[in-house]
Design a protein around this ligand. Structure first.
Ligand SMILES: *[C@@H]1O[C@H](CO)[C@@H](O)[C@H](O)[C@H]1NC(C)=O
Ligand SMILES: *[C@@H]1O[C@H](CO)[C@@H](O)[C@H](O)[C@H]1NC(C)=O
Ligand SMILES: *[C@@H]1O[C@H](CO)[C@@H](O)[C@H](O)[C@H]1NC(C)=O
Ligand SMILES: *[C@@H]1O[C@H](CO)[C@@H](O)[C@H](O)[C@H]1NC(C)=O
Length: 440
């Protein structure tokens, strides 16, 4: 009954010795036809080197470089047993094992690494719930499954052109018992908004065995009630009494909304015009991206039209929005055009038109110039400050309003006509054609 301890000893030796063989890499992914080099090392000289690839055991000899599995490394004396494996085949998927002689005794040492021969995954499946069309605020969930890849494929999600990072769950990798093909699935959840409408949700699968990533996409069609673009009463500016007036309001909606205008006691369902043809309610005009332009046309604006409030009701199956619209014969206030002046206007609670603002700016500028001139004059003893002190070096002929000339300039300006000639003869000797000037 010595067999059991003996077997135990053998196992122990194998386990211990297995750790002594340093094998690199421990795992590799290669495509069919690729090559791979595997190296096993021990810290003593060896006299043989074997490598099992697939079901075949190769005896590797440094001098023999024939075939698909050949020796690589710095020699057996260096304790290196490596294999360059060329033209990788599907059936080599699995363990590659090197077998080396032990430093002493007669139990061979083994090292193992794992070669994954890449295999492209199957078709992408993308399931979503609820089924489209969706509604704003819905919690949307999608599951992307990329089956049977070796190794597992990598999934990334996109919404429109942007990678989707929020709401992605941890990917789950599964495989059939006894198979090394891996199926990866990943879920995303998202609360849908109007911004998501018409965008594509894309599940992209990348894999070593695929030339380019595979994609599966679904378009999100998100329904939502009409949304107004500005809060409060909409005011249409710049209309003129007696002229035609267009009251246009922009709303966002999906599906397309219907519009209904109330003008005094008249109700006009777009597209429709009043009995006298003076008021036309136009059908909502699609601007793209979920936006609609809803316009009411008044043939001739009267004083009464300016005084009243128009009510626009916009609706679809998902809700409604009511918008009060007023018209004004004034120009659009500057506050709407430039956000910066809005603050000023708010502080004083006064509506300033563009003219008033320009007036203030001009006044401030004039004041600034006046201050500047006063300071300048004071500093240089001009005008009323001239009596403060006297500078004797200013020539009598110098214009008192010109900037204070420097010493050199003063000297030069004593005889301006000669000065010009000197400049040309001294500095411009390369231009003889200018010489006649000097002579004059
Ligand atoms: C491959 O090697 C690992 C240990 O490295 C082992 O668990 C596995 O059973 C081996 N597979 C085959 C097919 O021999
Ligand atoms: C992903 O979604 C599927 C079906 O929608 C569900 O059965 C599964 O449990 C989900 N997995 C995770 C990790 O949420
Ligand atoms: C009306 O149409 C004009 C011109 O396209 C646009 O600039 C303006 O913003 C619109 N007004 C509203 C309230 O949508
Ligand atoms: C909306 O329609 C009106 C009248 O048809 C037009 O004058 C205006 O420019 C349009 N606005 C936009 C933003 O297209």
């Amino acid at each position: 009954m010595a067999a059991i301890p003996a077997l135990f000893g053998l196992l122990l030796a194998a386990v211990v010795s297995g750790q002594d063989v340093d094998i690199t890499p421990r795992e590799a992914v290669r495509r069919i036809g690729d090559q791979l080099s595997v190296l096993c090392k021990v810290p003593y000289p060896i006299d043989s080197c074997r490598m099992t690839v697939g079901t075949t055991s190769y005896r590797l000899i440094p001098e023999n470089l024939q075939g698909d599995v050949v020796y690589t490394g710095q020699g057996l004396k260096a304790g290196q047993c490596g294999a360059l494996i060329k033209n990788i085949k599907e059936e080599w998927n699995g363990n590659i094992t090197c077998v080396l002689p032990p430093p002493s005794g007669n139990i061979e040492l083994v090292g193992s690494m794992r070669l994954l021969v890449a295999r492209a995954p199957g078709e992408i499946q993308l399931n979503s719930s609820p089924q489209p069309p969706f509604k704003e605020g819905d919690t949307f969930m999608a599951q992307c499954v990329v089956p049977n890849g070796r190794p597992a494929a990598k999934i990334t999600w996109f919404l429109g052109s942007e990678e989707l990072l929020h709401g992605t769950h941890q990917p789950v990798i599964t495989s059939e018992p006894g198979s090394d093909l891996k199926t990866i699935s990943q879920n995303v959840t998202r609360t849908l908004t109007d911004e998501d409408d018409a965008k594509f949700l894309v599940c992209r699968a990348e894999h070593e065995a695929l030339e380019k990533p595979k994609e599966f996409r679904i378009q999100l069609n998100v329904n939502y009630a009409p949304k107004r673009q500005e809060t409060g009463t909409v005011t249409i500016f710049g209309l003129k009494l007696g002229a035609e007036g267009k009251l246009n309001v922009t709303v966002k909606a999906n599906p397309p909304p219907t519009a209904e205008w109330s003008i005094g006691d008249q109700v006009l369902q777009a597209p429709r015009q009043s009995e006298n043809g003076e008021i036309i309610a136009q059908a909502p005009l699609f601007l793209g991206n979920g936006y609609f332009n809803i316009t009411l046309i008044l043939a001739r604006i009267t004083k009464e039209d300016v005084d009243r409030t128009y009510f626009l009701r916009v609706m679809n199956d998902f809700g409604r929005e009511e918008i009060a619209v007023r018209i004004s014969t004034m120009d659009e206030p500057a506050a709407r055009k430039a956000k910066s002046s809005y603050l000023v206007l708010d502080i004083y609670g006064v509506e300033l038109d563009t003219g008033a603002i320009v007036g203030i700016v001009v006044a401030v500028l004039i004041l600034l110039i006046a201050i500047f001139l006063a300071v300048f004059a004071f500093a240089t003893d001009r005008w009323c400050f001239a009596g403060r002190s006297h500078r004797t070096d200013i020539p009598d002929g110098a214009d008192s309003e010109a900037p204070l000339p420097s010493h050199d300039d003063i000297k030069g300006s004593e005889n301006p006509s000669h000065d010009h000639g000197d400049y040309i003869s001294n500095g411009d000797t390369k231009h003889p054609e200018k010489k006649p000037d000097t002579a004059v």
